[in-house]
Design a protein around this ligand. Sequence first.
Ligand code: AOF
Ligand code: ZN
Length: 353
Amino acid sequence: MSDRDEIYMRRCFELARKGLGFTHTNPLVGCVIVHQNRIIGEGYHHEFGGPHAEVNAIRSVKDPSLLAESTLYCSLEPCAHHGKTPPCSMLITQKGIGRVVISNLDPFPSVNGAGVRQMEAAGIHIESGCLEGEGFYTNRRFFLYLKQKRPYVILKWAQTADGFMDLEREPGDPVGPNWIAGELSRTLVHKWRSEEAAIMVGTNTVITDNPHLNVRRWTGDDPVRVTIDRNGRISKSANILNGKQETIVFTGEKGYYTGRTRRIQVDPSYGLSDLLEELYEQHIISVLVEGGARLLESFLKEGLWDEARVFTGNMFFSQGVRAPTILKTPDDSIHIGDTGLDLYLNEQNLIYK
Ligand code: AOF
Ligand code: ZN
C-alpha cells in the first residue's frame, strides 16, 4: 500500500463522517474511485436504508469506461448480502473494477469477509487494512455495537475550574441550570445530540432541570430520550414526557406511557448493563449521557463508557455537586471560545481486533 492509497482512504473517512447522525444503525462509509491518480467518483452512505457508499460513488462517475482501469477505495468492506440494497461486491464485479482498497472488514455477520472473498473469486485485486485504526475510529459506534451488543456510550458534562458540576438545587429552584460552559459550547452540544441515536439523563436531572433533550441549536434528527424513573418520581407534566419525541423510560411504575413515550419495566436489581442491553435490543447504536453526576459516576465506575467529553469553564463554585473524575490524561484538549474541552477515550473498549 502506498502513501497515495492512504490519502484516498483519508478522503473516504472524510466522506463517511458526513453521514454521522443519519445512518444508524448502519455504519459510516465513504468511497472514492481513482483513475490514474485523479478522483473520478465519490460517494458516501447518506442515511439508513439508502444506497451504499459504493453505489453512490459508481453512479457519480461521468465516464464509466474508465472504471476497469480504476481503483475503488472504500472505508468498509463492500457488502456481499442482499439487504435493503443488492450486494455492492456484485456491482463492483459487474463494473469490472480491477483493484479495491479497503480499510476494515465489515463485522456485520452476513458480510464479515464474504465481500472480499466474492470479489477475489472474480479476479479483483483486493488490499485490506489500509489505515484500519482510523477506519475503526470512524466507525467506533458500529463496531462496538455489533461486538459488545450495547450502544456506544459517550459521557458529557461541564465543570467549573474548581471541579463542580452544579450548585445544590431543589426542584423548581428559580436559579435554573447553571450553564458553566460558554455559548459556543452549548451549540456544540446540540450538534452532538444530532449525531447520536439516544440521549440519557438520570431521574434527578429530569426533576431539577426539566430538560427537553432535543436538537435546537443545530439541524438534524432528535435523539431518542432515555431516562430512569425507578419509583415514578417524574411528574407527568415533565418536558421529557411531552410525546414530541421518541422517549424510553425505565421504570417500575405502570401507567401513563403511551405513543412515542415507551416504558420498560425494571425491578430493583436492574443495573446499567441490563439497561444498555435493552437499548441494544431497541436498535440504539449510541447514547450521549448528559448527567447528572451520580449517573455519570455509575457509568465510569462500571467501565461502561467509551468516550467522555468534559467542558471546563472559568468560574469557581467552591461548593456544590462535585463533577466526576477520570484518572487518566485527556486524549485531546481543545478550546471552544474560553471554555476548555477535554476528550477522553476508554482504550479498553476501543481496541481494534
Ligand atoms: C451501509 N452503507 O455504504 C455499506 C454498508 O440493510 P442494508 O442493505 O443497507 O445493509 C446494511 C449493511 O451493509 C450494514 O450493516 C453493513 O454491514 C453493510 N455495508 N452498509 O449502510 C454502506 N457499505
Ligand atoms: Zn453495500
